[in-house]
Design a protein around this ligand. Structure first.
Ligand SMILES: NC(=O)C1=CN([C@@H]2O[C@H](COP(=O)(O)OP(=O)(O)OC[C@H]3O[C@@H](n4cnc5c(N)ncnc54)[C@H](O)[C@@H]3O)[C@@H](O)[C@H]2O)C=CC1
Ligand SMILES: CC(C)CC(=O)C(=O)O
Ligand SMILES: [Mg+2]
Length: 355
């Protein structure tokens, strides 16, 4: 079993270190780790945010454990050299079109959500975000206009792109509470009209799944008003990016939500994938031991489940995280004072206590 570890920038290495401690404690047989540079650190060391050797390392692995990219010192570089292009490049080069972002309330954290505790307790949803298309990957540029410099970005989805992500979402819903909400802006966007019509065409293949549609502005509102109504949400790259950060705040902190990015490639043990927290490199807290490593540790659990076929280990990690959170060892993002390392150590102790 080969895992490519790409810690990246800012808090990426800090939270990845804690995930690797957990992985080490599992003492998996025949596991080889490879570590590569990605993002701002890769630009500074190799002149490119996604060096060819990093991409090759990711391709050759069964799974990729990713931290985060983003470095304020690189913000003024031409776009192709900016750290964020590395994660976009990995997602598209590796064909990872389905980004699964589960958000569920943790017992004991209800009072830390900005929502009423009874609403926070009811959150158990999965955002299925399309990851290879939309406005992030369209042509873009700058041109002159009567109003001065004008930036433009093409937004598009074709039927094939919508069909493959919708299949992933319908199948995910079949394994959960069988309810799928497709989120778009079909009242004003052509992209969304094709999206909605394509999702509706596919619904006939999944008669056991209840499908509804919601405009993204309403979805953002419903997510804080009554999040318990959602089971699986399927949406495009941009809307999914935003709604999943919002869902994380409803649960308690962006430091809690993990993600799996999957495509069609299978490995000897499962589906090839890239696993990362939903948060970024958090330059405002980097280097201070304040980052919550839970999202990175839960991303490792998703990696074990989806790419390495190790469900029991994944369940064990998830139970250890839940136990640690309810034991009140929490970081600053959850009103506590535990450091990144102390949170990782607490999770390790719980892991060792779980058979
Ligand atoms: N997949 C990736 O690598 C992503 C990269 N980014 C990049 O990260 C950089 C920072 O972006 P932001 O918009 O500030 O988003 P961010 O997610 O890095 O941070 C947003 C806020 O949440 C806090 N936060 C994030 N993760 C946390 C954790 N684990 N524990 C405690 N608090 C945490 C941060 O301190 C900050 O106040 C940018 O360069 C951005 O482009 C942003 C999102 C995803
Ligand atoms: C570079 C961004 C598209 C990353 C991001 O915000 C995300 O994937 O959540
Ligand atoms: Mg994001």
């Amino acid at each position: 079993m080969k895992i490519a570890v790409l810690p990246g920038d800012g808090i990426g290495p800090e939270v990845t270190r804690e995930a690797l401690k957990v992985l080490d404690a599992l003492a998996l047989p025949q596991l080889t780790l490879f570590e590569g540079d990605v993002g701002g650190i890769a630009y500074k060391r190799h002149g490119h945010p996604l060096p060819a050797e990093t991409l090759e390392m990711a391709r050759a692995a069964d799974a990729v454990l990713f931290g985060a990219v983003g470095d304020p010192e690189c913000d003024t570089l031409p776009r192709e050299y900016r750290p964020e292009q590395a994660i976009l490049g990995l997602r598209s080069e590796l064909g990872l079109f389905a980004n699964l972002r589960p958000a569920a309330g943790f017992p004991g954290l209800e009072d830390l959500s900005p929502l009423k505790p009874e609403l926070a307790r009811g959150i158990d949803l999965l955002v299925v975000r399309e990851l290879n298309g939309d406005v992030y990957f369209g042509d873009k540029g700058e041109r002159d206009s009567a109003g001065g410099r004008e930036g433009w970005d093409d937004m598009s989805y074709n039927e094939a792109e919508v069909r493959r992500i919708a299949h992933s979402a319908f199948r995910a819903a079949q394994k959960r509470r069988k309810k799928l909400t497709s989120v778009d802006k079909a009242n004003v966007l052509e992209t969304s009209r094709i999206w909605r019509e394509t999702v509706i065409e596919l619904a006939g293949e999944y008669p056991d799944v209840e499908l509804d549609h919601m405009y993204v502005d309403n979805a953002a509102m419903q997510l804080v008003r009554s999040p318990g109504q959602f089971d699986v949400i399927v949406t495009g790259n941009l809307f999914g990016d935003i709604l999943s950060d919002q869902a994380s705040a409803c649960v308690g902190s962006i430091g809690l939500l993990a993600s799996a990015s999957l495509g069609e490639r299978t490995t000897e043990f499962g589906t090839f994938g890239l696993y990362e927290p939903i948060h970024g490199s958090a330059p405002d807290i980097a280097g201070q031991g304040k980052a919550n490593p839970v999202a990175a540790i839960l991303s490792l659990a998703m990696l074990l489940r989806h790419s390495l076929g190790r469900d029991a280990d994944a369940n064990r990690i998830e139970r250890a995280v839940a136990a640690s959170l309810s034991s009140e060892i929490r970081g600053a993002d959850l009103g506590g004072s535990a450091s990144t390392q102390e949170i990782g150590d607490a999770i390790l102790r719980h892991l060792q206590a779980i058979a």
